[in-house]
Ligand binder design. Sequence first.
Ligand code: SF4
Length: 778
Amino acid sequence: MTDRPVPLDPPVLLGAAVPLDPAVAPPGTRDFRDAGGLPASGWRADQAEQTLVPTHCCFCGVQCGMYLRVNAAGKVFGVEPRNHDINRMRLCPKGINAYQQVNHPDRLTAPLLRRSREEPFREVGWEEALTYTVEEVRRIQREHGVDAFGLLGGASLFSEKTYLVGKFARVALKTRHVDYNGRLCMVSAAGANKLAFGIDRAANPFSDILRTDCLLIAGSNVGECFPVMTQYVWGARDRGAKLIVVDPRETAVARTADVHVALKSGTDSAFFNAVLHVIVQDGLTDEAFLAAHATGWPELKAKVAEYPPERSAAICGVPAEQIVQVARLFGTAGRAMAWHARGIEHHTQGVENCLSVINLCAATGNLGRPGAGYGTITGQGNGQGGREHGQKSDLLPGGRSINDPEHRRQIAGIWGIEETELPQAGTSMMEMVWQMQRREIRGLIGICNNPFVSLPNYAVVKDGYDKLEFHAQFDFFLSETSANAHVVFPVTTWAEDEGVMANAEARVVKHNKAQEPPSGVRTDTWVMCELARRLGVGDKFDFAGSREVFDELRRASAGTVIDYYGITYERLEETGGIAWPCPDTAHPGTPRLFEDGRTYHPDGKVHLQVVEWHPPADPYDDEYPMTLTTGRTVAHFLSGNQTRRLGALVEQTPRPWVEVHPSHGFRNGEAVRVVTRRGASVLPALVTEAIRADHVFVPYHWPHPVAANALTNDALDPRSKIPEYKVCAVRIERAEQLDPVPAPPMPPGREAYPEAQHSRSDPLPPTAPQGRGTAERG
Ligand code: SF4
């Protein structure tokens, strides 16, 4: 056991600090001990050599607390739930299995190198891998300019590492081309939040969901993508809250809603404009709130007048009466909340969709109160923190703009460089791939991302990466993208280092190191610092570890909206997490925004934005008459590089499928060819009434040839530059043979997955449908 404090049961699910128990006991044991109970064999300590290290799950933006079990040899070998007030002992299938990554036999334990893609990888020493990488950086930048080399980070990294990604790109590589995979996730919500409120985060803590009278969830399969957040939804229902779910699919949470709006994908802003139209018409707006706290209301009111329910009903494919019903439920609630996720954000009008939800909350005065407000549900564990401190192409630490001369001066001063040395804004992740295709970017380092599975339009992505003259990836398993690189650096899992993440509430939580990394493995921090030293700027990267980086991050964020200055590792250990802004070490943090009636714009007002609906980018025609939408399943995480190797999760969901409505005449498990303008995959049918008859759904965690993202469209939102993953034109056909599911790539010298594992390709129906299967009803 560690001597770390264990939080006792908090009285309610609140974001505030919880009482601490100085005694050390695994959850649940203390009560038993205090009651005088003894196990039959006494307290025989055959587990005396074990320790429980309190930390958080590495996966989604809920950031559940957990203990990692560490044996006498110092190895992680299990997990225990933790009574943290985010999750109160609950973990989902991914969280329960996450520990299995740490000492997994597929771990990379030595750098891999090859000088051309025609050669096989060979394991090399760190010196050779680092030297070759630096030579290639220098060669490409000498021959083609500094911006010919790019860096792509990730939002599952600790915030310290995301800070270093931004600094490493601008100070060591001196390139403008840095971005990260959160560009595929949260940026539409971020853009909308900044426009409306001048701050980019959820306005309310999860615990406020328990206090609301009406909860609207838009475009979020909460039960599968953020499973433990579902406890708050059920808690709200138990207290009598009305639940409205807006989603083309009848997901688990939609199934129990008071109203499920199964609208056509890509029509969200038309729907929310019409809801606001009815709210205005019925006199349910909060005019006093709008007069005191908002700008742009007359313009917005005039625009939503153009969206009567009948017009939007025709666009959205839902009954006009349902729009009226939603408006009256939301508009008459004393306290209403809206939470949204990728379902409305992954669109060429993703920012507008989010703004149309914000407009609804603001027009009804639902902001800044317990149970009244809005939230954006982050995808990756550090989806929130990952975009705060400088790895996004247009941002510097503390959410500063790289285009603002004063912001540039501030950060240049902290980094010890001249403002003129700081590169200008770069481009977004997908745009960088297009630049690779055009050979404008010729060298790339990728950290904690797997674009071969996660980016849309795989054929374009593969072409772009194949044109790179040099490509290095940091990884702990060999991903599909890493397997295409020249150099792969073996780096730590989340359990082998310490650092912070910010969850969907903007609550910063501390992850603790549970074991030493395997021999041959280094932290991402060490690799970036070592590369920086060899590139001649070692004095700017003199960090022994995460703690020193965090102290610089705190200083770099001080005085900004995203102020971390008052957050220290010690305070995080004591409190279980602190929501930013937190400007000084006596500040309690800010779980709920706008309580004083002011936003973070200089005028303190909500800046309402006029939203006009427009159709998705991929047009429908006779050849492609239906809609393909994509998403996650509970057993897997994002590109699947971390979960497609964990036995229980693979057993639960071994392969992707295509969800189709019974009206198309397929049988469960039958081979269906799914064809878009960019590619085709043959997948087993999951026949269900839980999806619209004009839509099909494919989960996206697998690689080519069963990659949903071989089918999706790489059209971007013009403001957020998020790809339109959630809607494209498609047709479906009967097929003979299912496409095989490739086994995960393996490093050289390791045994590939045995033949038995190939049962993933068996033509069986999917095993984990969360939709409502109805095909066998006859
Ligand atoms: S809900 Fe998210 S954070 Fe919690 S255990 Fe599951 S994946 Fe991990």
